[in-house]
Write a protein that binds this ligand. Sequence first.
Ligand SMILES: *[C@@H]1O[C@H](CO)[C@@H](O)[C@H](O)[C@H]1NC(C)=O
Ligand SMILES: *[C@@H]1O[C@H](CO)[C@@H](O)[C@H](O)[C@H]1NC(C)=O
Ligand SMILES: *[C@@H]1O[C@H](CO)[C@@H](O)[C@H](O)[C@H]1NC(C)=O
Length: 347
Amino acid sequence: MKLLPELLALALSLAPAHSVSLPGPGSRILSRPSNVARQDNDGIHLAVSPVCGPLSGNTSDANTGIHLPLIKTIVAFGDSYTDGGRDDGGPLAPPVVVPPDAEAGGRSTDGRVWVEDLAAPYNATLMDYAQSGACTDLSLWPSAIKQVDFLGQMKTFLSQSNKLDPETTLYVVFFGINDFENSKTDGEANLQAAAQVILSQIRILASTPTSARKFLVTDVYGRGTHTPAGDAMVQTIFSGLHDLSRGINSTGAGEGLDGKPAGPALTVAFAEFARIWDGVLDGTPGFEAFGYVSTDACITDCSITFCGTDGMCDDPDHYFYYIPGHPNKEGHQLMADYVEEALTRCV
Ligand SMILES: *[C@@H]1O[C@H](CO)[C@@H](O)[C@H](O)[C@H]1NC(C)=O
Ligand SMILES: *[C@@H]1O[C@H](CO)[C@@H](O)[C@H](O)[C@H]1NC(C)=O
Ligand SMILES: *[C@@H]1O[C@H](CO)[C@@H](O)[C@H](O)[C@H]1NC(C)=O
């Protein structure tokens, strides 16, 4: 049943372009779940590095003290980039593609998503609430197609009354792409409100009963493009994290304001995935420098609810996008690598 990844890669590289015969339904596994097989990440590697800077300045990579080896649980909120195929924090389906469904266990990619890659080396338990299509707050975006948002994910998480140790639990927040997409129709004005939603939900997590203390926020809202309003949204989040790290309004009770004593100082980190997208798509250093052969999407047979393997490219490991607008599993590994580098170098 199991086809060795090496054999599959060989079969694909020998096959003439466009004549690849795809495995039948349920017959073969296109993806590789093990750590070992991904150690070289199929030759895809980071060709950009985090640029560390202070939280008091312009958006950059930053870390006030998240140390992954101490983390036992990762709680993740986000959109399709972070969606592991279910949205209730429970164990995820194996990250394997079973044709004709192109999505590995419900993920918008052909293997693990980045936050799984981040958790795996530390054996941290991932509780994933991210949902494909999610924005920060649906009330900001009348044109949103999928009726899912950060607020709903918070509702799910909080309703579970999870008892998690604040010292060993990392809360990951990764939104922006769908807010930015929606803003193209609904107008840019609410991008600032979206930034405030992210900060206010972090304050809720930092309050009782969750009392969260460790947060990682990431962003790539424009996926290779930037606008002044988009960059300003990210800057508002980044500057807000500076306040939270100093206990200013860190649980939303006005701490550190109007003469009140500071609240708990949250440990925060920010990773600017935009550097990867800009590097791959903007020509400096360009996609080839990362080991990619194309910036196209490998899978094109997609509707709003389903992506199929029919007519897929012959080299999924080296196409930057797997389904349109979504990195392949190697790209997800790059995102995890980028975070690791930011966390270790930017303290
Ligand atoms: C932040 O960016 C602006 C605009 O690019 C620049 O003028 C300013 O000097 C930067 N500030 C810092 C602290 O780097
Ligand atoms: C993770 O678990 C595996 C298998 O149980 C073990 O071999 C490995 O040493 C663990 N790694 C860490 C960092 O704890
Ligand atoms: C403090 O946090 C609360 C709750 O998130 C928010 O409504 C309020 O605007 C914040 N105040 C300031 C000055 O940021």
